[in-house]
Design a protein around this ligand. Structure first.
Ligand SMILES: Cc1cc2nc3c(=O)[nH]c(=O)nc-3n(C[C@H](O)[C@H](O)[C@H](O)COP(=O)(O)OP(=O)(O)OC[C@H]3O[C@@H](n4cnc5c(N)ncnc54)[C@H](O)[C@@H]3O)c2cc1C
Length: 359
């Protein structure tokens, strides 16, 4: 079949891609195999180009178009979309950096899907922060940096040629480096067996005396080296986008069931109204109109996705509880949003809601 490059979120080719991804999602969940076929489909349909500016050969989609595209892809296959978030997070940081030779070296292969890149930064944002000691340290050398330690959660690390890796120096400054995975001293640990999304092949990347030259610098050394490109802030709108996308899939399922079962109409309608509200605020945020903070948006998205997926399972009854039914998988996938890049305030708000303490 000849594929067409998707030119906008309203392009019918996006429907074709989503149908293909949704058709593969159940097997992907069961096999836990890396979504190579899904990523190749995304490449062939031009999805990788959305995230790059026109000057470097991308389609330069606006933030709101990207959000609309990501909403559709996460409803179709959350694992594929999640892997793409880590890839796009790495690419955006490379595109936004001042290191021209690095940009020229990496961007052409990333945009064409010839190489895969991912992110290893959570140890500087949301993971292991209470331990008081950097999980991955960088020491300045005459030519660059020496890395020691590990990044605990790297999605697709063993499939990547480049990992955009954050590390902390003894004086508290940070660096972000585009680390080639074939350097001596880089080793991937075993992938975590996850409640869902195991096909994302997420696991630790260990660094033992890894020597990197300054040509690999994406940002820093500075205290705010982790700030920058979209998607870089924990609890930013991309995490909410994926949660809202998955909630949309569950709510569509409820509506389809409600066509045959009148008793489902009221809850389906209630969820649809809430989805329209939170989706509207998400799309407003994507064009810079902040109707609520990104953390409130994430809290609402988390709440919606957990309730909507469970409502879909309840509607599917025991049939939905059998392995292979999408509603059971969606429930497991929704749990991911309780832990993924979840800032303290969002976690606290989620816990209060779960404890029945929210007003
Ligand atoms: C499937 C998956 C994929 C991911 N992919 C990526 C990726 O590609 N790139 C990336 O950079 N990140 C990634 N992440 C990381 C993610 O964004 C979060 O950083 C991560 O979920 C934080 O969990 P943690 O267990 O490391 O948190 P931690 O805060 O390190 O908690 C670990 C344990 O420490 C204990 N603890 C926590 N806080 C305290 C405290 N204050 N005092 C005492 N004990 C405490 C708790 O018992 C907890 O179980 C991924 C995560 C998951 C689950």
């Amino acid at each position: 079949m000849s594929n067409r490059r998707i030119q906008s979120p309203d392009d019918p080719a996006l429907d074709v891609l989503c149908e293909r991804l949704a058709g593969l999602a159940g097997d992907l969940d069961r096999s836990g195999e890396w979504p190579a076929e899904q990523l190749a489909l995304c490449r062939d349909f031009g999805v990788l180009e959305w995230f790059f500016p026109v000057e470097v050969g991308g389609q330069g989609w606006s933030e709101s178009d990207i959000v609309r595209g990501e909403l559709r892809l996460s409803a179709a296959c959350l694992t594929t979309m999640f892997v793409l978030t880590q890839w796009s997070g790495a690419c955006r940081r490379i595109v936004a950096c001042d290191n021209e030779s690095l940009r020229q070296r990496l961007i052409p292969d990333l945009i064409r899907g010839r190489e895969f890149a991912t992110l290893g930064i959570s140890h500087l944002t949301t993971s292991r922060r209470h331990l008081g000691k950097p999980a991955l340290s960088a020491e300045e050398t005459p030519h660059g940096f020496r890395l020691n330690g590990f990044s605990p959660w790297v999605t697709g690390g063993r499939h990547a040629q480049t990992i955009v890796m954050g590390a902390e120096m003894a004086d508290g400054r940070r660096v972000m480096l585009a680390m080639p995975t074939d350097l001596p001293g880089v080793r991937s640990g075993d992938d975590a067996q996850l409640v869902a999304l195991s096909a994302s092949h997420t696991g630790p990347i260990h660094c033992s005396d890894v020597l990197m030259s300054r040509d690999a610098l994406v940002a820093g050394p500075s205290e705010d080296a982790m700030a920058g490109a979209r998607g870089s802030n924990t609890g930013g709108i991309q995490t909410s986008t994926l949660a809202i996308g998955l909630a949309g899939a569950a709510i569509d399922f409820l509506f389809a069931e409600a066509e045959k079962r009148e008793d489902l109409s009221a809850p389906a309608g209630g969820f649809a109204a809430e989805l329209a509200d939170v989706r509207g605020d998400l799309l407003a945020a994507a064009v810079g109109e902040q109707r609520c903070t990104t953390q409130t948006l994430r809290t609402r998205a988390n709440s919606l996705v957990l309730r909507a997926t469970q409502a879909a399972l309840a509607a599917a009854k025991g049939t939905g509880y059998v392995v292979g039914h999408p509603t059971g998988r969606w429930c497991r996938e929704a749990l991911f949003f309780l832990v993924w890049s979840c800032p303290q305030q969002v976690m606290a708000a989620n816990l209060c809601e779960l404890a029945g303490l929210s007003e």
